[in-house]
Design a protein around this ligand. Structure first.
Ligand code: NOJ
Ligand code: CA
Length: 522
């Protein structure tokens, strides 16, 4: 859940904590077990809240700490767990620690909470050639000539995880939210905390995944991270409640199991399937990799097709093969997009995902089949990627447009009153509004509701997945309960024998191309 864009209770055009509270019954009826809330802390919002100025209070734009506590109570009342988002790799440049680091001398204890270094040459060259994930150099120079490291925006200085004071502070932040009753933590950039103390240059660059794909990278996926993971796990294990943590770790699939050892994370996101092209063989391989990797350490796999960082999957799946969806919206002609095809595939893929063992992480609005708003005008863009990439990439605003709750009104039911939402909603959002789909047979919302209900009945008994051969281009697996899930990448095929539980098309006689069905044995 991206709180800024979910629901706006006080009518100022910005989503808020009370907006989430007002929609909890909807989420319960949708059938979710828990919600992960993107950062809601005090923040100047230079990176949508992933620039935290105070980890122990709520951004006034979203509400108060009392609202957050009320949300936790309401959610628990309805049987919904709450996961908060923790950002340990960097703070905001407006965090009191960074302000005092700027005011202090080079070499001071205040500076040592961050990564300050002298420049190279006459001091005017950055200490290394590292690039920010958002584009541009990863170092910014301050008035006295020192440089500080920021793997993301300059407003997000990296913390120095070699410093025990930093470690102790985060121990305390974990306990602060545990004491308030949260059920878990999503840990941001979990693979980036530890840097090579020699600060060597980087040879090559591989885009957003960085060089997480290359061994011994100077700032991604370093050995020292596991010690930190274990420290946090011990804090969670000491809780008298059942709590969990999930890592956002963009690392090579074969490296992921290490983060999931019994004394580290409970789960990690798995972005492998998200970046897999629409292909039978690629999908089977990605599923196999995730299931095997999790099983190797006694963990469970996780699945994701959309989140607040990527183009929504109905749009991704509607693009011509081999299109780079991170840059396409700037350069590609609109008519290259086949929106109907994209939605058909998205519904099929989502239904298949909900049949897999482990946990499924859905992103707000995907249950409505919302497309990505890739054509937002440049004047409204808010994502730092737009500026940092020197306007080469529009960034991630297209998946962050406020949700449509009803088909009409100034903000399509997103907020009370007349305020325009903080990002404009396109005309196509009205007909996709929640209330326009609720109870409507064949709608994407009803597909998700039925699938989540059927998942509880048929799919969660155990974690077994057995591949079934139904011919070329047909992805098919059986779950422990005996239910067969078929995703058809090939030509239309007859429906396998059995009781049809659910289909992405409504057809019970055949499975068309790009459709999915669950069939129970008789
Ligand atoms: C990953 C978050 O999901 C993304 O939104 C953010 O920009 C970066 N981490 C930096 O915190
Ligand atoms: Ca608001």
């Amino acid at each position: 859940m991206y709180p800024r864009s979910f629901a706006d209770a006080n009518g100022d055009g910005i989503g808020d904590v009370n907006g989430i509270r007002s929609r909890l019954p909807y989420l319960r009826d949708l059938g979710v077990d828990g919600i992960w809330i993107s950062p809601w802390y005090v923040s100047p919002m230079h990176d949508g809240g992933y620039d935290v100025a105070d980890y122990r209070d709520i951004n006034p734009m979203f509400g108060t700490l009392a609202d957050a506590e009320a949300l936790l109570a309401d959610a628990h009342e309805l049987g919904i767990k709450v996961i908060v988002d923790l950002v340990p790799n960097h703070t905001s440049s407006e965090h009191r620690w960074f302000l005092s680091a700027l005011a202090a001398e080079p070499g001071s204890a205040e500076r040592n909470r961050y990564i300050f270094k002298p420049g190279r040459g006459d001091g005017s060259e950055p200490p290394t050639n590292w690039q920010s994930v958002f584009g541009g150099p990863a170092w910014t120079r301050v008035d006295d000539g020192e440089w500080y490291l920021h793997l993301f925006d300059p407003s997000q200085p990296d913390l120095n995880w070699e410093n025990e004071e930093v470690r102790a502070e985060f121990d305390d932040i974990f306990r602060f939210w545990l004491d308030r009753g949260v059920d878990g933590f999503r840990v941001d950039v979990a693979h980036g905390l530890v840097k090579n103390p020699a600060y060597p240059d980087i040879e090559t660059s591989e885009g957003l995944l960085g060089n997480a794909r290359t061994p011994d990278h100077p700032h991604w996926d370093r050995e020292g991270i596991h010690e930190i993971n274990r420290r946090w796990r011990a804090i969670l294990d000491a809780s008298d409640r059942e709590v969990m943590m999930v890592a956002e770790a963009w690392v090579r699939p074969e490296r992921l199991p290490m983060y999931l050892r019994p004394d580290e994370y409970h789960q990690s996101f798995n972005f492998d399937f998200l970046v897999t092209p629409w292909s039978h063989d690629a999908a089977v391989a990605a599923i196999d990799r995730a299931v095997t990797a999790a099983a190797a350490v006694g963990s469970t796999p996780t699945w994701t097709l959309s989140n607040h960082d990527v183009m929504r999957h109905p749009t991704r799946y509607g693009l011509p093969p081999d299109t780079n969806w991170r840059t396409w919206p700037l350069t590609g002609p609109a008519d290259a997009l086949d929106a109907d095809l994209g939605l058909r595939r998205a519904r099929a893929a989502s239904l298949m995902l909900m049949a897999l063992p482990g946990s499924v992480y859905l992103y707000q609005g995907e249950e409505l089949g919302l497309p990505d708003v890739w054509d937002l005008p440049a004047s409204v863009l808010d994502d730092p990627v737009w500026e940092n990439s020197s306007h080469a990439q529009k960034g991630r605003d297209g998946c962050r447009v406020p949700l449509p709750w009803s088909p009409d009104g100034p903000s399509l039911g997103f907020g009370e009153g007349d305020a325009s939402p903080w990002l404009p909603q396109p005309p196509g959002f009205g007909p996709l509004a929640m209330s326009a789909q609720l109870g409507v047979e064949g709608s994407t919302l009803e597909l998700y509701r039925a699938a989540l209900a059927a998942r509880r009945r048929h799919m969660t008994a155990d974690e077994e997945l057995t591949w079934v051969d139904l011919g070329a281009g047909v992805l098919a697996f059986q779950r422990g309960s005996g239910v067969l899930c078929v995703l058809n990448y090939g030509p239309e095929m007859p429906m396998p024998a059995g009781d049809v539980v659910i289909t992405s098309t409504g057809r019970t006689d055949v499975i068309p191309t790009d459709a999915c069905a669950w069939v129970a044995p008789r």
